[in-house]
Structure formats: C-alpha cells, structure tokens
Design a protein around this ligand. Structure first.
Ligand code: ATP
Length: 592
C-alpha cells in the first residue's frame, strides 16, 4: 500500500471518536493491507515501530523536528518555531509546509516503516545531526498528510483514540462479522502481545492462523492480576474450597525469561560487564508488567537465575524486592525503585540487594504451563529451582477457614507487608486477566477507603494562591474504562504533594501536553484542564470516600484525594477500573 493512502486512513480515523466507526475503518485498512505489510501498518497506526516489549524509540525532541522541517523546506528555524507557536502541533506545521512545497515521491508503507526504523536505530555520537538530516530528507519528499503523520509518529503524538483492543475487535469483525471472536483473539494477545503479528496470522489463516501464536521465551506474557475483596468469609466462598494464602510483597512485578538455547538478542547484556556468563548463547531477560524490558536493573537476579535454574528454558512470575542485608528485612517499593536509575545499578545492587520471590511458573523446557492447575505448576517450580541464592519461592498456607485467613493477613500486616493474595490452587494462569482466582486483601492504614486507586493524569490547572509560582495548582485524574475504550474522569487533586512533587509533575506534564483533549478522553467541559496532557502519567491516590457524581464522566468522584505515589510501573490502561470503583463504593457503604 502506498504510504499516502495509509495516511488517508489515519486522517479518517482522526476525524471520528465513534468506536464503531473506528473499528469499521480499521477493518477496511487491515483488509486492504497485504500480508507482508500489515504488521507495519498496525504498528504505525498505533504510533510505534514494533511491539511494545521491543520498543524502538525515536528520541527526537520537538526542537530536532523543528530543525528537520526547516532543512526539509529550506526555511529558517525561527520561522518554523513561530508556526509551531501558533498551531501548537508540529504535525499540522509539516502539513502546511508540504502543501506549499507540492512534492510527492511515492513511497510504500513498508519502505516508510524501514526508513523510520533506521531513524530510530541511529544512536551514539553525532546521531542527533544524522537524525535531523535523515528526517529532513524524508519529510521534504512527502505529500501533506504523510508529512503530518510522519512528524506525529516521530514525536509520539498520533493520539488516534484507539488501542490494541480496538484492533482485536476489528479482527473479530473480519473473521466472525461481529465481536464474538474478540475473546479468543485477546487470549492470544495476552500470551504474545504483538498485535502486528496477530493481525498477520489472522489475515493468513483466520482464527486457525492463531494456532501459531504461542508463549515464547523472550516475549513477555501479560501478567495475571488480582481482584479485591475485604471479607475473609466471602473470599473463601469465592475460591470455593481450600485456598492458598501468600504474602503480598510490596516490591515490583518481574517476569523472568531464561533460555539456554536461544541467542541473547539483547545488546545490553552483551555489553555489560556485570554479566559474566556465556553472553551470546543464553537468553536472559526480565520484563515489567507494562511489558518493558528491564534486565539492566537486575544483574544480581540474573546471575542467581543462571545458577539456581536447572531448566533449559523457563518463564517465571514474581516480585522483586529489596532487602536490608544486615537485618534481612524487605525494603518497600518506593525505596527500591531508585535502582531504576540505569547508571549506578551496580553500586545500588551492593547497597540494596534484591530478592526475587517467585510465585508462578508459566513455561518450562519448551512447554506452556498456563493451562495446568496452580498445584501442578508449583510442583514443577520446586523441581526447577536449586535453593541458595537471591531467588526464592513464595511461601503459602492452605486453608478454607476464614479465621485462619484473617490471622495470616494480620501476620502480614505485623511484618509490615501490604496484605495477602489468596489464590485458587486448582486454577490455571490467566494471562492479563483480573479474576477471582487471585484475590487481594489489603487495608490502608491512613485512608478511609479500603484501598488506594490508580489513576492517570489528564492535565493540570494553573496555580492559584501560594502555588502561583509553580504554575500548577491541581490536576485532573481519570481512569481507563475498558468497555467504552475511553478515559473517564474521577477526581481533581489539589493537595497532598510536596513542593518538589508539584514541580516534577508540572515538568512531566509539560513534556506530553496536547492542544486539546485526545479523542479517547471523556471530560465535562467545566473540568477541562488549563494544560491538557496525553494520558500517560499513572498516580496512586488515597481518599476518604467514593461518591456518585454527575460531573465526572466515570459516574463517581473520589473525595479528598491525595497523592500517594507515582506508579511508573503501570500503563495508563491498567488504572483502577470503573467496576472496581463501584466495588469500593459498595464496600465503603457496607463498612459504614
Ligand atoms: P496494588 O496497587 O494493590 O499492588 P496492582 O493493581 O498493582 O495492585 P494487582 O494485580 O491488583 O496489582 O495486585 C497484584 C500485585 O501484587 C502484583 O502485580 C504483584 O506485583 C504484587 N504481588 C505481591 N506479592 C504477590 C503474590 N504473592 N502473588 C501475586 N502478586 C503479588
């Protein structure tokens, strides 16, 4: 397909916020793209170059794109900057400039994808200059719409209001004529989250084509999540028999992949002197629950894994948590995330060593174990791990007695842990699902609500009173509604941040500001923030109460919200769901 035609589709998609219409356009687009180019088309329309776990980043700031546009169209930078100042969107500036230049060199979507991959891959000394030149060369030959969307893809501002889930619905429409096959396709996406590949398989062989989509080492599986309940008797009732009760550790979720027969595709490990194993032959990677690779943060865990794991290939799920080497006590997430700073990980590993507490095994020696009951998986996990290192297996008690469950929860609290997770020992591992096979029981000590709420920041309001100097006085928070495939609003936060947190939040928001709310955000006019942002920054809020609201588009409002922490480990589509908000609202009413 010609890239120009592809961009016509993007323009049509931008012109509507109706879900059915978007799905219809995507169906048409997928149908017209041929098998070899369809993955590239899917990625580009979602604003990326390859699946999220392999994400190539352009690393081009607005300023570099301004320079590229000036070079492409023989203009001064100040002229381009002035146009940017007026329109607030470099994509539109590119379009206007290309309209005047009237050049159109035909290029296919595959060629364009290749070109953009080249642009993203150029790193190191002198790469900034080369990137500007390369982008200028590309933009100077494009028709107006292609220039507009290329700039937006490079800057990460495509904001077309649909997600991988919309593609899943579109694929279901193609094979079944309606949404009835979505669940089946989604299950495959959950174990192999590459929507480009999934689309190609469906195009090739319909639903049967999905047979080749399997769990693989090196590709993260979506993490299973927990439902929440607060009554031990109700929890035991839901599990319906003996339940396994594990401590809920306050660390960070880590999925570990080891494959002794796969070359390591990761240059990070190959270059890092912290790793002294056979670098070329062994795949060893860790992933966050947002599917990002974070192997660089866990040199000590990788080292232990290679000593403690006997299997040829394995995928483990667990929690990485720092501990004090003197006392052996766990250190909470807030303190351990400092290891995120890439450069002094080695130093930090000495100060705060990490343990990896494994609670599940998803794959062993070439076979997926997700369909097996937890009891069987656990037995295999025990057989696969040699004791004596940073990797340990999570302990549990097995009980159907609500009092025993509550006592274990109290014990967890006494140990300063978050609470407990109750698991159904007969259930399989349900990638990406939040069901009652896993139930979390936790209580916050400081807030009146049963649990904290994860929200996404949708923009901020300018400062008033004492914070006028910061230029930020409050911010709007929303949650992702998976049924509507939209962000809906829940609360305005104006307190609870330290001065430096206000400053940090403003800086982070300014980097992702938009000139109007994205099409997949439902917000009442009166609540539209002064500065609107891309839904990206996830925050954890505490609060007093959840009430019914006529103003907030979620239908609920969180009263007296306060910021607890930034949740950089969560994607914006994994905020607390409207259903969970309803549960919290009901729980609170029951409690009072
Ligand atoms: P929270 O904010 O309560 O951690 P969440 O939305 O981040 O919730 P959930 O899926 O609801 O995540 O809760 C499960 C999380 O708890 C997991 O993602 C994991 O990081 C953590 N966890 C700690 N200990 C365990 C355990 N034994 N089994 C499963 N998850 C655990």
């Amino acid at each position: 397909m010609r890239y120009q035609l592809f961009c016509d589709y993007l323009e049509r998609l931008e012109g509507t916020s109706k879900r059915l219409e978007i799905t219809k356009i995507l169906v048409e687009l997928i149908t017209r793209l041929d098998e070899r180019e369809v993955a590239a088309g899917v990625y580009l329309s979602l604003g990326y170059l390859n699946p999220p776990y392999n994400q190539l980043k352009f690393n081009m700031a607005d300023k570099m794109v301004v320079r590229a546009l000036a070079q492409a169209f023989g203009l001064t930078q100040s002229f381009v900057e002035a146009s940017y100042g007026t329109s607030g969107d470099l994509g539109s500036v590119a379009k206007t400039l290309a309209e005047k230049a009237k050049k159109t060199k035909p290029v296919s979507i595959t060629e364009m994808h290749r070109e953009l991959v080249k642009l993203a891959k150029d790193v190191g000394t002198g790469s900034q200059e080369r990137k500007v030149k390369l982008l200028a060369g590309t933009l100077g030959n494009l028709d107006p719409l292609s220039a507009k969307y290329t700039v937006r893809i490079v800057l990460g501002t495509t904001r077309l209001g649909f997600t991988e889930q919309t593609f899943i619905d579109a694929l279901s429409n193609i094979v079944a004529g309606d949404k009835s096959a979505s669940l089946k396709i989604e299950e495959k996406y959950n174990i192999h989250p590459d929507i480009g590949m999934i689309t190609r398989c469906v195009k090739k062989g319909g639903l049967k084509g999905l047979d080749e989509v399997q769990i693989e080492t090196g590709i993260p599986v979506l993490s299973q999540k927990a439902q929440r309940l607060s009554e031990p008797a109700e929890i035991v009732g839901k599990v319906g028999g003996i339940a396994w009760v594990e401590y809920k550790l306050d660390g960070t979720r880590v999925q570990l992949h080891i494959d002794r027969n796969k070359p390591n595709m990761d240059t990070f490990i190959a270059q890092n002197e912290l790793f002294d194993f056979n670098k070329d032959k062994i795949l060893a990677k860790t992933f966050t629950r947002t599917l990002e690779e974070n192997t660089h943060q866990f040199p000590d865990i990788i080292e232990s894994a290679l000593r403690q794991i006997k299997a040829q290939s394995i995928i483990l799920d667990g929690e990485a948590i720092g501990y004090d080497p003197k006392t052996g006590k766990y250190i909470p997430f807030q303190d351990t995330i400092q290891r995120k700073r890439k450069h002094d990980v080695g130093e930090y590993a000495k100060q705060i060593p990490m343990k990896y507490i494994v609670f599940d095994i998803l794959f062993l020696n070439g076979k997926a174990l997700t369909g097996m009951p937890l009891t069987k998986r656990h037995a295999l996990l025990e057989q696969s791990l040699i004791e004596g290192g940073e990797i340990e297996i999570a302990q549990h008690i097995a009980t159907s007695n609500p009092t025993k469950l509550w006592q274990h929860f109290e014990l967890a609290k006494a140990k300063n842990l978050e609470g407990v997770i109750i698991k159904n020992p007969d259930a399989g591992y349900r990638a990406g699902a939040r069901e009652f096979n896993w139930i979390k029981l936790k209580k916050s000590n400081t807030d009146l609500l049963e649990d904290t709420i994860d929200c996404v920041v949708l923009g901020y309001y300018l400062g008033r009173g004492s914070r006028v100097n910061f230029g930020i006085g409050g911010f709007l928070c929303g949650i992702w509604d998976p049924d509507k495939q939209r962000y809906v609003t829940l609360t305005k936060v104006g307190t609870g941040l330290r001065d430096e947190e206000w400053i940090e939040l403003k800086q982070r928001c300014d980097k992702i500001k938009l000139n109007k709310p994205a099409t997949n955000i439902e917000v009442a006019k009166a609540l539209i923030p002064d500065v609107v942002t891309k839904p990206k920054i996830v925050v954890e809020l505490g609060g007093d109460e959840i009430t019914i609201s006529k103003t907030h588009t979620s239908g609920f409002a969180l009263r007296f919200p306060r910021l607890i922490t930034f949740r950089s480990d969560k994607p914006p589509t994994e905020t607390t769901s409207p259903k969970e908000i309803l549960t919290l609202h009901k729980l609170a009413r029951k409690g009072s």
